[in-house]
Write a protein that binds this ligand. Structure first.
Ligand SMILES: C[S@@+](CC[C@H](N)C(=O)[O-])C[C@H]1O[C@@H](n2cnc3c(N)ncnc32)[C@H](O)[C@@H]1O
Length: 269
């Protein structure tokens, strides 16, 4: 997928070692702090020309600024939403005097959906049907192979591949609880033979699989490649949806023509 983020802005901050050392949550707070003086400057200018901003406008302004900065420096996509929504939601909670469990529940829900990717900086987004159909065309036709989707989301790719390669052992592993649960139900309802695991793909031995499929994010790809090199057997195949391995050219690239410019990057071991 082509990054929607202008590269120079993205790389200049990320190249700073001190910045990259901080956890994303701390980076998010620092971006909020960086935006705050600009917000207050706008508030002051508007006030002094006789157009005072309401608290709602101020929180939306601050949230939009922080979300924009988060996007520019390449924070994972869910942080854009957290940054944008934090202050307006806090104001809403204060004005409506919402019980404390409401924001706690919201937070728990976000954690259940995205919690799997917090450490590895991999959000939940899904391989499209179109990309799935391209994937099916590049998969070998052998009757019996072992396929693994690492970070399997809602089990869509897994169910798709299992349905097209019924003789294969297809397995998916997902760490976030809510997507895992939805995937479990989905595969059960579809009577799929695919094996659905909850857990961390880093703890799995990839030498047990002929094909490993990954749709993750740029952040873990160097580490993923070290695992591929250490564990995947000669003759096996590693496929990354859209995200390059830094410095390692794929053996084959399949353009899917999808709306998000998804590409299948394939390495034959
Ligand atoms: C971009 S989604 C891809 C979902 C699915 N493979 C697809 O293509 O539709 C990546 C998923 O990986 C999960 N994930 C991130 N790090 C993981 C880890 N270390 N172990 C297992 N799952 C992980 C995230 O929770 C997220 O659901």
């Amino acid at each position: 997928m082509t990054s929607p983020i202008p590269k120079p802005m993205l790389t200049s901050l990320q190249r700073l070692a001190w910045w990259g050392r901080w956890p994303v949550s701390v980076q998010a707070v620092m971006l909020q702090l960086a935006v705050a003086p600009m917000t207050w400057l706008i508030v002051w200018v508007m006030g002094s020309i006789g157009v005072p901003l309401s608290w709602w406008q101020v929180t939306v302004l601050q949230g939009a600024g922080a979300a924009l900065f988060s996007r520019l420096v390449g924070l994972p996509v869910w942080w854009w939403w957290i940054q944008a929504g934090f202050w307006p939601l806090l104001l809403l909670a204060l004005q409506w005097q919402l019980p404390v469990w409401v924001p706690a529940l919201l937070f728990a829900l976000i954690l259940a959906i995205y919690g799997g990717g917090i450490g590895s900086r991999v959000p939940l987004f899904l391989t499209s049907r179109k990309t799935c159909s391209h994937l099916a065309t590049v998969l070998p036709a052998d009757a019996e192979l072992r396929f693994l989707d690492v970070g399997a989301g809602l089990g869509g790719v897994l169910g798709y591949v299992q349905a097209r390669r019924p003789g294969w052992h297809c397995e998916g592993i997902e760490r976030a609880w809510l997507p895992w649960l939805i995937g479990k139900l989905r595969l059960w309802v579809g009577r799929s033979a695919a094996v659905w695991q909850h857990g961390d793909f880093n703890r799995l031995d990839w030498s047990n699989y002929d094909i490993v499929y990954a749709y993750l994010s740029p952040a873990p790809m160097a580490q993923i490649w070290r695992k591929v090199e250490a564990e995947m057997r000669p003759g096996s195949i590693f496929i990354s949806n859209s995200f390059d391995i830094p410095g390692v050219t794929p053996d084959q690239v399949v353009e899917t023509g999808d709306w998000n410019h998804a590409r299948l990057l394939i390495w034959y071991r």
